[in-house]
Design a protein around this ligand. Structure first.
Ligand SMILES: Nc1ncnc2c1ncn2[C@@H]1O[C@H](COP(=O)(O)OP(=O)(O)OP(=O)(O)O)[C@@H](O)[C@H]1O
Length: 621
């Protein structure tokens, strides 16, 4: 009989494949956790790891950690679905490290015991850092390597010469290392696939198949993701695994929800106007991630913002991986407040017409399989589907909406709506992480307004309304809602000519120039090219002198300031009768909001009472 685990159940080897804990005691509400929930030192982990976890200030294991760690330590294959930002990394790194330490206590022969595969280089970097942090008290016993750079085979061999216990890599780099005999998987005990459902979408099909043929028998497999897709069935087929499914749904009440989601239906050019207002008038303060469809769009928005003196930085697949990692690090340190990320991979799922239908199908399939497994029947191995090589192979190993742990993101803004509900889940998952609050605002172009403003129209938004419908449906399954975000159109109008002025200045030439300028800067910084430039100084000089900044963009200094006369004098009640998600342009009575202690007011996201969008303080320059 199918057995349901509740929050206090310890998973055991006989655990059924299903997991519907409907837990309120999730990571988002640690204070509600009952005393019967295990602490880190009760999970069976090596004490040195528990010490490292304490050093990270992790007070209690999150739901996914409580459920997955015992199963993994017990030697089971696990396929785990848990929400974004719920702590999946520790849930697989800790048991892998613990198993290695246990083995090392009796056998010190060097061997690579764990391979962690991730879809992007940024994620590899992040996971590698997590491995280092968790092994901080056993550095003598744990050697880890990260394989992301396109280095020569000789360098690769030297990197792996010390036979690291744990390797973090993208499937392509992992397979290349195995293929060139730099890495041996003979003694592998653990295979971990993070963002598992994405590995095939990123075009790693062949690499995964090749790797699967190099795995020794009996390797334990852990697959983690925040969304399930049919790709996972294919992966299970490739790896011939029959994992226990942990489908962790955190059944939070509305009062527990830390993520507030809004959508704004507006015309194509209104997006630019509203975004300008949001940032210039500081309707949102704190670190923001702005997602757009492609690289040109990102530079266009950046140049548009620059004219209003709104500083932002860019993240895209064209930038070298080290630059991308640096951008994320600097954002996490608070150096930048706005990242404009082109989520080129959001089309991964959209490429397939029935993406969301497939996703739902996958969930249904897993449910029926859960029932089978729970009844004690062995789940039949998936018939190997003919796997097409993904169109996205040409893409770099880049991804920003999946897995990257941006810290303290106040808001995610879908300037361009993604084209599938899965992409939406991962994008908004960059905020409200680890129990923190956050908001998501998505622009939606109504069908009748699509293509009406050619200069700002973009193909990916053609079906925004349809996609919004799917998003609302998929969020409703998690008990979440999206609310319309109401703006007073009349008040916005006063700013329209400024928006148009700025938009007109951002020509195609200006965008191209900005794009090349950024690449040029990265080339000049490149360590790899240092030697080349030493030998070819003329080329270096040429690169340095090739183009001045902003040459192609008309400079309009007057746009940098917001004149007082543009700001409405009335309070918010005079502006609208609708109070939901309303953006007041000036606080009632014209007084500015100050925090206790006399500091200038900001907002705290996630609380209705302190809705960031309701506590605006206009910046007058
Ligand atoms: N037990 C814990 N207590 C407090 N913070 C935690 C705990 N576990 C993880 N975190 C923090 O939560 C954040 C999110 O963790 P992580 O990146 O592992 O989430 P994730 O589930 O893998 O997210 P995604 O699906 O987006 O990849 C990290 O900053 C991490 O340090």
């Amino acid at each position: 009989m199918k057995r349901k685990l509740d929050q206090n159940d310890e998973p055991s080897p006989s655990t059924s494949a299903t997991e519907e804990p409907a837990s309120k005691e999730s990571t988002t509400k640690p204070e509600q956790q009952t005393t019967t929930e295990p602490s880190f030192d009760q999970l069976g982990l090596d004490p040195r790891l528990v010490q490292a976890v304490a050093k990270q200030n992790f007070e209690k294991p999150t739901l996914v950690q409580r459920k997955a760690i015992p199963l993994a330590l017990d030697g089971q294959d696990v396929l785990c679905k848990a929400k974004t930002g719920s702590g999946k990394t520790a849930a697989y790194v800790l048991p892998a490290l613990s198993t290695i330490l246990k083995k090392k206590a009796t056998d010190s022969t060097p061997s690579t015991a764990a391979l962690i595969l991730v879809p992007t280089r940024e994620l590899a970097d992040q996971v590698f850092k997590a491995v280092q942090e968790f092994s901080a008290f056993c550095t003598k016993d744990i050697q880890a390597s990260k394989l992301t750079e396109n280095v020569s085979d000789a360098v690769l061999r030297s990197l792996l010469a010390n036979v690291p216990d744990i390797v973090v890599a993208t499937p392509a780099r992992a397979w290349h290392s195995v293929d060139t005999s730099a890495l041996s998987l003979e003694k592998l005990q653990y295979l971990i696939l993070d963002e598992a459902d994405l590995l095939l979408s990123y075009g790693y099909d062949e690499d995964m198949e090749n790797l699967s043929r190099s795995l020794p028998k009996g390797v334990q497999t852990i697959m983690m993701s925040a969304t399930l897709s049919t790709e996972l069935d294919t992966l299970k087929g490739i790896l011939c695994r029959n994992p226990t499914l942990l489908d962790l749904k955190e059944d939070l009440g509305p009062e527990d929800e830390k993520l507030t989601q809004y959508y704004i239906k507006c015309a194509e050019d209104d997006k630019w106007l509203i975004s300008y207002l949001i940032f210039k008038l500081q309707l949102i303060k704190g670190p923001c991630l702005v997602f757009v469809t492609d690289i040109d769009r990102a530079y266009r928005l950046k140049l548009f913002f620059e004219q209003f003196s709104i500083r932002s930085c860019i993240l895209n697949s064209e930038l070298p991986v080290n630059t991308r990692i640096k951008v994320v690090e600097e954002f996490n340190k608070g150096i930048y407040d706005i990242i404009i990320a082109s989520d080129e991979k959001s089309g991964v799922f959209a490429d397939k017409k029935e993406a969301d239908a497939e996703e739902e199908q996958a969930e249904d399939n897993s449910k029926s399989k859960k029932a089978e497994t729970a009844d004690g029947e062995a789940e039949s191995a998936q018939p190997k589907k003919k796997r097409k090589t993904s169109k996205n192979k040409k893409d770099d190993e880049y991804g920003v909406s999946r897995g990257i742990d941006f810290k303290n993101v106040a808001a995610v803004i879908n300037f361009d709506l993604p084209t599938s509900s899965s992409s939406y889940i991962h994008r908004i998952g960059r905020t409200a992480r680890a129990g923190r609050a956050g908001i998501a605002i998505s622009f939606v172009i109504p069908t009748e307004l699509y293509g009406k403003h050619r200069p700002t129209s973009i193909k990916s938004c053609e079906n925004d309304e349809k996609v919004l419908g799917k998003i609302i449906k998929s969020q409703a399954k998690q008990g979440r809602t999206l609310e319309p975000y109401n703006l007073n159109k009349d008040q916005m109008e006063a700013f329209r000519y400024r928006m148009n002025d700025a938009l007109r200045a951002v020509t195609k030439v200006a965008i191209r120039e900005a794009r090349t300028k950024e690449l040029r800067r990265e080339l000049l910084r490149s360590e790899t090219l240092k030697r080349y430039f030493e030998e070819n100084p003329a080329e270096l000089a040429h690169l340095r002198n090739d183009g001045e900044l902003g040459r192609a963009m008309r400079q309009q200094p007057h746009l940098k300031h917001v004149p007082d006369y543009l700001l409405p004098k009335e309070g918010k009640n005079a502006l609208t009768s609708n109070d939901v998600g309303f953006v007041p342009f000036r606080k009632e009575g014209g007084k500015q909001r100050h925090k206790k202690g006399g500091k200038k007011g900001g907002f705290k996201v996630g609380s209705r009472k302190r809705d960031p969008l309701k506590t605006f303080r206009a910046r007058k320059k």
